[in-house]
Design a protein around this ligand. Structure first.
Ligand code: C2O
Ligand code: CU
Length: 512
C-alpha cells in the first residue's frame, strides 16, 4: 500500500513541476514584455537643442539628454530666417485640405492635398529669386509644415515641426520667405509634420529651380513616383496620378527633359526605352560631361531626383516604373496617339560613381577634415514608443538616443555610411549638399556627384563630405518614412545654435 501511494505521488509530481515552470516562464516573459513596452515609450517632451560640450573630432555627443538651455550667446533657429522685407519675385499660397481624389484608373484616394491638386502645384522659381510661400492649413485635425527638400534655405525656413517651427494647426497659417541659392535643378516640397502620413496622403509637390535666363525650348516634365493608398485596390504605384499608361504627344527632334522625383519610401527603378539618353543632373546638381546611356535601369533613392534628357526620335519612347513585374505604370511619348511602346530596355543599374568626367571640386578624399563621423546602419526587432517593430538603429541607437553630429560653422565634415541591415536607407541631410567621395571603398571617378539624399543599399558603404556653411539644427534621416517614424533620425547641430521647439506626445510636433 505505501509503495502504491508513493508511486502515485511521483506520478503527479512531474506535471505539477512542469506547470509551475510554465507559469514562472510566462510571468517572466510577460513581465519582460511589459517592462520593454514601458521602457521604450518616448519622453513626452524632447527638446531639440543638443549639448555644447565634447566637440572633439569623432565626437558623438548625446542627443538631448544632456540638454542645456540656450546660452547667452546662442542664436535661436527662429533668428535664422530669410529676408523679412522686400517684394518677392515669386509668391505662392498652398492650402492644405482634404479631398477625395481619383487616379487615372478611377481608383479613389482619401487624400490630403495642396490646393485640391494631387500631387501639389508645381512651383517654378529662378535662381536668386526671393520666394514667399504662404501655407494655410484647412485640414480638419492634422498639423502641417512645408519643407523644401534639397533647397539649402536658412534653418528657420526649413519647415521641420518641433525643430525649426511648431506644426501649423488647422485654421492657422505660416509664411516662408527665402532666397533660392541652389543650382538650377529639380527639388520638391512636402509637409514635415507626421511626414509618414502626410506625404503618403499627398502633401507634396515638385519644386523646379530654373536658371536666371532659362533657354530650354523643349518639353520639361516633372514625374513624381508615388504609391497611393486606394480604397479599391490598396497600395497603387503611379507617376503623379497615372497608375496606368499615359500618352504624351511629342514631335520628333524635340529636346525632352524628364525630372524623375521619388516621393515614395522605397527606391524606384525607372527604365527609359526607345532612345539613348543622358542623366544630366542628380539631386538638383548638373553632372559634368554626361554620356549617352541605353539599357540601364535608373534606381532613384526615396526623396532623390535624377534629371534625364534626350532628343525625341521618330519612334515612340517609354518610361516605365519597373519595381514589380505586374506594374503597368508608364508614360508613352510619341508623335501620334497610335504608336505602340518600344521593347523594354531594362539592364544593369546605372552607377553615378563612374559616370561623366572628373572636374575640380572644393574638397576631396585627401582634404583635411575638421570632423569625421561614421554612421552604421543596422536592423533589429525591438520596442519603440510602446510598440514592437522593426528598428533601424544608427550606431546601435534609435531617436532620441541617436548621436548628434556637432559641428562649428566652417568645418569640413566627412561622414561615412555603412549599411549592415537588409534594407535600403536613403539618407537625407537637410540644408546641405554632400559630395560623394567614395563608394564601397573605391574613389568616385566620374563627374562630381553631389547629393542631398543618398541611397545606401544593404552591404554598401559611402564616404561623403560637406562644408558646414548653413548654421542651424538640421535633420539627417532615412527618407524611407516608415524607418524615420521608427526612430531612424539624427540631427546635425551647429555649436551656439539653439531651438525653442520640442517634439513628443505632449507637444503638437511629430516631425516623422
Ligand atoms: Cu524630404 Cu526630412 O525630408
Ligand atoms: Cu531606412
Amino acid at each position: 500500500m505505501p509503495l502504491f501511494l508513493e508511486k502515485q505521488a511521483r506520478w503527479w509530481l512531474l506535471p505539477v513541476r512542469l506547470l509551475l515552470c510554465l507559469i514562472v516562464v510566462t510571468l517572466c516573459i510577460s513581465g519582460w514584455y511589459s517592462w520593454s513596452v514601458q521602457a521604450s515609450r518616448l519622453p513626452d517632451r524632447i527638446p531639440m537643442t543638443g549639448n555644447t560640450t565634447g566637440n572633439t573630432v569623432d565626437s558623438m555627443t548625446g542627443h538631448t539628454m544632456q540638454h542645456q538651455q540656450g546660452q547667452q550667446n546662442d542664436v535661436s533657429v527662429t533668428d535664422l530666417v530669410g529676408p523679412q522685407s522686400g517684394e518677392p519675385n515669386e509668391r505662392f499660397t498652398l492650402v492644405a485640405q482634404e479631398a477625395q481624389m481619383r487616379l487615372r484608373s478611377g481608383a479613389t484616394v482619401n487624400a490630403w492635398t495642396f490646393n485640391g491638386q494631387l500631387p501639389g502645384p508645381e512651383l517654378r522659381v529662378h535662381q536668386g529669386d526671393l520666394v514667399e510661400v504662404k501655407l494655410i492649413n484647412r485640414l480638419s485635425r492634422a498639423g502641417v509644415t512645408l519643407h523644401w527638400h534639397g533647397l539649402d534655405v536658412p534653418n528657420g525656413e526649413d519647415g521641420v515641426a518641433g525643430v525649426t517651427q511648431n506644426a501649423v494647426q488647422p485654421g492657422e497659417s505660416f509664411t516662408y520667405r527665402f532666397v533660392v541659392k541652389n543650382h538650377a535643378g529639380t527639388y520638391w516640397y512636402h509637409s514635415h509634420q507626421d511626414s509618414l502620413e502626410a506625404v503618403g496622403k499627398g502633401l507634396f509637390g515638385p519644386l523646379i529651380v530654373l536658371p536666371p535666363r532659362d533657354s530650354f525650348a523643349g518639353k520639361d516634365i516633372p514625374i513624381l513616383a508615388h504609391s497611393w493608398l486606394t480604397k479599391e485596390r490598396g497600395s497603387q504605384e503611379a507617376f503623379g496620378i497615372t497608375d496606368t499608361m499615359q500618352r504624351l504627344t511629342v514631335q520628333p527632334g524635340t529636346p525632352v527633359r524628364l525630372r524623375l522625383i521619388n516621393t515614395d519610401s522605397l527606391p524606384v527603378s525607372f527604365v527609359l526605352s526607345g532612345t539613348p539618353f543622358k542623366v544630366i543632373a542628380i539631386d538638383g546638381t548638373d553632372l559634368n560631361a554626361p554620356t549617352d546611356l541605353t539599357r540601364q535601369r535608373l534606381l532613384v533613392a526615396a526623396g532623390g531626383r535624377y534629371d534625364i534628357q534626350f532628343t525625341m526620335p521618330g519612334t515612340a519612347v517609354s518610361l516605365d516604373w519597373t519595381n514589380k513585374k505586374s506594374s503597368k505604370v508608364r508614360f508613352l511619348l510619341s508623335q501620334d496617339a497610335t504608336a505602340s511602346a518600344p521593347a523594354l530596355a531594362d539592364g544593369p543599374v546605372f552607377n553615378p560613381a563612374t559616370y561623366g568626367s572628373r572636374q575640380k571640386t572644393p574638397f576631396g578624399l585627401s582634404s583635411h577634415f575638421d570632423k569625421e563621423f561614421t554612421l552604421i546602419l543596422d536592423d533589429m526587432i525591438g520596442f519603440y514608443d510602446g510598440k514592437m517593430e522593426s528598428l533601424w538603429p544608427i550606431n546601435g541607437k534609435v531617436f532620441p538616443n541617436t548621436p548628434m553630429l556637432m559641428v562649428h560653422e566652417g568645418d569640413l565634415v566627412k561622414v561615412s555610411f555603412v549599411n549592415r541591415s537588409w534594407m535600403d536607407h536613403p539618407m537625407h541631410l537637410h540644408g546641405h549638399h554632400m559630395l560623394v567621395l567614395s563608394y564601397n571603398g573605391r574613389p568616385v571617378t566620374g563627374s562630381p556627384w553631389w547629393v542631398d539624399t543618398l541611397n545606401v543599399a544593404p552591404g554598401e558603404s559611402y564616404d561623403v563630405a560637406f562644408r558646414a556653411d548653413n548654421p542651424g539644427i538640421w535633420m539627417d534621416h532615412c527618407h524611407n518614412l516608415d524607418h524615420a517614424a521608427a526612430g531612424m533620425i539624427l540631427h546635425l547641430g551647429y555649436e551656439g545654435v539653439s531651438s525653442p521647439f520640442e517634439v513628443g506626445h505632449d507637444t503638437i510636433n511629430q516631425p516623422e
